[in-house]
Design a protein around this ligand. Sequence first.
Ligand SMILES: Cc1ncc(COP(=O)(O)O)c(C=O)c1O
Length: 466
Amino acid sequence: MSVRETAATREALPGTAATSQGPAQGGPTAPGPSDASAGPSDAVAAVGAVRAAEEAGPAVGISEASEEAIAAEEAVVAHNYHPLPIVVASAEGAWVTDVTGRRYLDCLAAYSAVNFGHSHPVLLDAARTQLNRVTLTSRAFHNDQLGPFAHALAELCGKNMVLPMNTGAEAVESAIKVARAWGYRVKGVARDQANIIVMAGNFHGRTTTIISFSDDDDARADFGPYTPGFRTVPYGDTDALAAAIDENTVAVLVEPIQGESGVRVPPAGYLPAVRAICTAQKVLFIADEIQSGLGRTGTTFACDLVGVVPDLYLLGKALGGGIVPVSAVVGNDDILGVLQPGQHGSTFGGNPLASAVGHAVVRMLASGEYQRRARVLGGRLHEKLGALVGHGVVDVHGAGLWAGVDIDPALATGREVCERLMERGVLAKDTHGSTIRFAPPIVIDEADLDWMIGQFGEVLEELRSV
Ligand SMILES: Cc1ncc(COP(=O)(O)O)c(C=O)c1O
């Protein structure tokens, strides 16, 4: 049984003619060549189909096939996650299909790793072509994909050097090492005395060093002893930041928007002030754009929203096109140049397959069409979610196609809301009790976005009427 049957619509957005493929149609929801034949009647028909689907009522609960698949997984996989009870079998564009054939609108996009949608044909082509050539050489040898990828990525960032890694946490760890080495060799900090300033509420990954400066008890407790050398200050507080810096401070590590914390945007003027403080104190400004970067906020980087250029960009997630893990530290050679052979590395970092896919991602971003699309659809998302404030929603925050929605904790937990959304064919993720994150793939169709917000509004109404 299909969950929702939204018909195709074509909405002319800047630089992108999105061709919606709702549950009934199948196929990718990827930007393609402009479809001049699409007219208002298509859109009207689509809206009608959406309404008809809505009137069909909520979808059924967990199927037997899903239950079996979940039980089989949970019997042998460590329980370090608590997923929603859906078992995805395939996906295209903004839609995923479960083992029973039910379709769901993906409004999490793998925490922004699927910014360009599932199975984007351009990215799949890049991967397939490279699969048939060579996939892994290790950095013991050169490969013909890494250089062109690194050039393109450096240019996108306005920098001249790239340190390729795989996961986001690895990029963060790499930047910590680079900042310490830079501190000792360039700034002149005494050996082993370097400190790095981090923000309360941060999320930078799950390695031992990274959780050492997390204030999330689940992530941290029972995993000590912790790595020293970090100082935590309140996010958004420039006075506290300035006061925490001393002659041994080598870097300030900050998420321009705190994603896992609930899509928290710092006060206006904060990031420019961080930039100014770092420059004045000869401290590196490291922007963790692993979740916020690469189009999500309606700009290439969240830092662009306030015209700030960090010393190091940390990138990951969407850099791998939702296909392979690709991350990178991007900066200039006066910083990344501190690394010498043997001092840092990774067997898979910069491999030909990752480089080919990453390069395709950078090419897609170079035109600006995805950034514009995220900006336009994001405006719509925030306007419509904002209208729910006072109707079960307490606050909405975020930027571009990325929203954190604080629901009234008296109504339900975030998890309960996400379960009700799932029943209706919408996949979203809660965080910190009563915040719901919406971050659909940027290729999502406008009508599908509206439908998703409609479902959310109905869930809130349902809860308010209990
Ligand atoms: C801002 C930020 N940094 C780092 C990471 C860690 O990335 P990964 O899970 O690929 O290690 C995440 C993951 O959510 C993140 O949101």
